[in-house]
Design a protein around this ligand. Structure first.
Ligand code: ZN
Length: 192
């Protein structure tokens, strides 16, 4: 499965809403399957339909406990990162709750090989339909809220590079080094 990279026009389009009357269509089931396969192969914590070339408002997010195995406890606590079972959001809408922001490194499967510090709302309210047509409204915080903001941005044709602190943009190789250090050291080194 190919995950499209920055430069693919579909990544810059406003994705179309899914017609709620067509949730049972085989095409949608196929798309959801493709997202599941793509996210397992990648692997990653989120994948939006435009990233596999489908301009529809569908995203899949997850944060399986296996991904946390190599992350130190205190780091997980700092990121407010807790396991998230895979789930599909159709026609999702997200809005910030409160003024609190958190700034952490973030990457994207469609901007392979790079990452940057991205400020995001700490807490969001998210509304969506699940594949069975049920409406959900939840408040999410921490890393889960970051994943949702990143993935739902994809449906607006927005990549994290538009949200990042530009001077923190770096290769994943450099990131492997900087992620070990306190965030203040990163800010000092790059004049943020
Ligand atoms: Zn992405």
């Amino acid at each position: 499965m190919t995950i499209l990279q920055a430069g693919a026009p579909v990544l810059r389009r406003n994705a179309h809403p899914v017609d709620p009357d067509k949730l049972t269509s085989p095409k949608l089931a196929e798309l959801i399957d493709a997202l599941r396969v793509g996210l397992v192969e990648a692997p990653g914590v989120g994948l939006a339909a435009p990233q596999i070339g489908v301009s529809l408002r569908v995203v899949l997010v997850q944060d399986p406990p296996e991904f946390h195995a190599r992350v130190p406890e205190d780091r997980l606590a700092e990121l407010e990162r807790t396991p998230v079972a895979p789930y599909v959001l159709i026609n999702p809408e997200v809005e910030a709750v409160g003024e609190e922001r958190r700034t952490f490194f973030e990457g994207c499967l469609s901007v392979d090989g790079y990452c940057a510090l991205v400020p995001r709302a700490r807490t969001v309210r998210v509304r969506w339909l699940d594949p069975s047509g049920r409406y959900h409204e939840e408040v999410r915080s921490g890393w889960h809220a970051r994943i949702l903001q990143h993935e739902i941005d994809h449906l607006q044709g927005i990549l994290y590079v538009e949200r990042m602190l530009p001077r923190s943009f770096m290769t994943t190789l450099s990131y492997a080094e900087w992620v070990q250090k306190p965030i203040e050291a990163v800010h000092a080194a790059f004049g943020l």
